[in-house]
Design a protein. Structure first.
Lengths: 157, 102
């Protein structure tokens, strides 16, 4: 996927047929991070914060529901992902790119959690098997998709 | 944090400007972003720019601090404001918390 052209409020991307199929499959995983995964504080002596942890989880759940509604609305817009001979050319405004980044990164980080939080630097490799392989693919694809979205914000040469 | 693109020029270290005197912000909470091996460097920089309205250079400075030192103190705020920022950062799935500034 790559940016074709942009104006102040419209970013037009070029997406191949395979990329579109992959994206639609991967988006089905959203939301993937459990709301309880995020903690408000690491310290145990922050008593006032404990009361607010539940509120944070509720707020995050609400945000994800909102993102999910927007996602479904976008996917159901026939024109936005209408196929051409080469694929499709979705148009997004900056606000839509922001929530799409949140959605895609939720899937990326959620996939990483499902994979057991692998980390090459500390010698904790990914233990791939037939059950979790699709999450590895989702994590990698989301990273690729994120970079394509972020590149759209770069000044054009 | 996963490496994507190394910035060619490291940003200057800027002095944080407090919105008010330290006593005016008491009790203070530090908003901290922690390193993880999954969020992309460019993505973290982008999120800092969006959430805090920072220029690219400052956002990259804090992103590199997270990457190289394991964490970065992003701002010091009242409890309410700190909660707001943590919520925003976590909406982007960054590993962010708030800790009381002792």
């Amino acid at each position: 996927m790559k940016l074709v052209r942009k104006s102040e409020d419209a970013f037009v991307f070029d997406m191949g047929k395979r990329e579109k199929r992959l994206l639609l499959e991967v988006l089905k995983l959203y939301p993937l991070i459990p709301t309880a995964h995020h903690r408000l504080s690491k310290t145990t002596d922050a008593a006032p914060l404990a009361d607010n942890q539940k509120l944070l989880e509720e707020a995050l759940a609400e945000r994800k529901q909102q993102n999910k509604r927007q996602l479904l609305a976008m996917l159901n817009e026939e024109q936005r992902l209408k196929e051409t001979d080469a694929g499709c050319q979705p148009t997004l405004n900056p606000r839509q790119i922001e929530w799409l980044l949140q959605v895609v990164n939720d899937i990326r980080v959620g996939s990483w959690l499902v994979l057991g939080e692998p980390e090459e630097r500390s010698g904790k490799p990914i233990g791939l098997n037939t059950e979790n392989a699709r999450y590895y693919a989702a994590m990698e694809f989301c990273g690729y998709f994120q970079m394509a979205l972020l590149d759209a914000f770069e000044p054009q040469s | 944090m996963v490496e994507t693109v190394e910035p060619v020029v490291l940003p200057d270290i800027e002095t944080e400007k407090q919105a008010g005197a330290r006593s005016e912000l008491e009790p203070g909470y530090l908003v901290i972003c922690w390193d993880d091996p999954v969020n992309l460097m460019d993505y973290v920089t982008h999120v800092f720019q969006v959430v805090f309205g920072w220029p690219r250079k400052k956002a990259e400075f804090h992103m590199l601090q997270v990457h190289n030192q394991g964490k970065s103190v992003l701002t010091r705020q009242s409890m309410e404001r700190a909660e707001h920022y943590v919520h925003e950062l976590q909406s982007y799935s960054l590993h962010a918390t708030m800790e009381r500034d002792s």
